[in-house]
Structures are given as structure tokens and as C-alpha cells.
Design a protein. Sequence first.
Length: 257
Amino acid sequence: MKIIPDTITAFGLEVSGRLEAITAWAVAGGVSDAATAMADALASGGVIQAFGTGHSEAFAMEIAGRAGGLIPTSKIALRDLVLHGNRDVAELDSLEGSVLERDTGVAEELFNLSLVDPRDIFIIASNSGVNGSIVGLALAAKERGHKVIAVTSIEHTNAVETKHPSGLRLSEIADIVIDNRAPYGDTTLEVSGGGGVGAVSSITAAYIAQLLTIETTQCLIRAGKKPPIYISANIPGGDEHNTALVGQYVGRLRREA
């Protein structure tokens, strides 16, 4: 399909409109509860545990282990079941994108393989918020006393049934829910003959991740604490700076690709 200029403009307006709505929400204080909870966890010695499956894994990567991000952050991923558990790599080849993320039985296994401390806070991203692994991990975290923040599409999740036997959606489990402003089905532009293009959830989620990082940093500063922030490893002194701070969290951070 040839993308014509008017289509590009339409998509740009779809994206910018959603980012403007998220900005207005944040300026009005919408981000404060989540950022305060994250800062409180870090101040108490906790780590931010980030999880997402499919394209929502990109959100966890925005939170954990990048330049300009907070060092006490750890990424949980379905591939941990192979890298740190007993699953066969063939399962990832055939199942990670669909069956595995919908499997209600992997959540406890995944949680138990993760480097979780009682002081940690969880932030879980899922556009639909109904897949078994997502709902299951949120429940596992809540049952163990962890606070859970959800980033999800309210429009989408409210329009579909959960795939978890609990009957719950991610948004119904989390202590704090952030709407990523993606539409039902994620796409924003209709294609002649059916279907859609122009998915936006990855874009809006990445923006939300950065807003959370920024405001959490500000919360720590206001509390008189120096924020533990990564600097780029590709500038002089970056490796030394990062290594020194990461050393304070030995055995508690996971960042595999």
C-alpha cells in the first residue's frame, strides 16, 4: 500500500492529539500518584519491576536500563522462562507472540524466576490488559503485597473479555491505572477493503514511561535524595558512573535483551 502525504498527516494528527491529551493529564497531576509510589519504593531500597509482552515489552525497555532512566529498575520478560527456567527455547520460537503470553500458568513460574524483593513495585504494560500472563503476574504481585501500576488502553480493555480465569482485567487489579489513549484495536487509520494501520500504543506508552521517569526523579529530588540515573555508556565516564551505581543493586537487576 502506498502511503500518501494526506495519510501521513492524518497519522501525525492522531499521534500528536493523543500525546497532547497525555501531557494535559500529566500537567494536571495525573502522573503524580504513580511517580510518588515509584519514588517511595526506590527511597525504601526497592526496585521498579517492569513487565510487558508482545509490543508492550518495549515499555519495559523504556523503564529499565536505558540512558536517562533510573538505575533501580528491572525488566521481566517471557524469555526468562527459558534463560532462567526450564522451558525449551523452541517454545519462544513458536509461542512467545501468542500462546505463551496468554498462558495463565506461566505467571507464578515467571514471578518465582524474577529478582523480586518485598520492597519492589511493579509496573505492567498491556494494551488489552486481558492476557493470561499479564493478569496472572499482576495478581501474583498483589498477593505478595506489592503495589502494581498498570499502563493499558481503557477503551480496548473495556471492550473485550479477559482471558484469565479470575475474570479480572489488569486495570481491575492494579492500584494505579494509566490510560495509554490507544483506541480499540490500536490502529488509527482505516484501510480500504478492511483493516487498519497506524498503531499508536507503543508511541504513547514510551511517552508515558518517560513522564514517569521524569516525575519520579523530581519526587526524589524534592525529598532531598540524589536520583540514581543512568548516563549514556557512549560518553566519557558513562561506564564508570553506571557501574558504580549498578553495584549497589547486585543480584537485583535483570536487563537481558
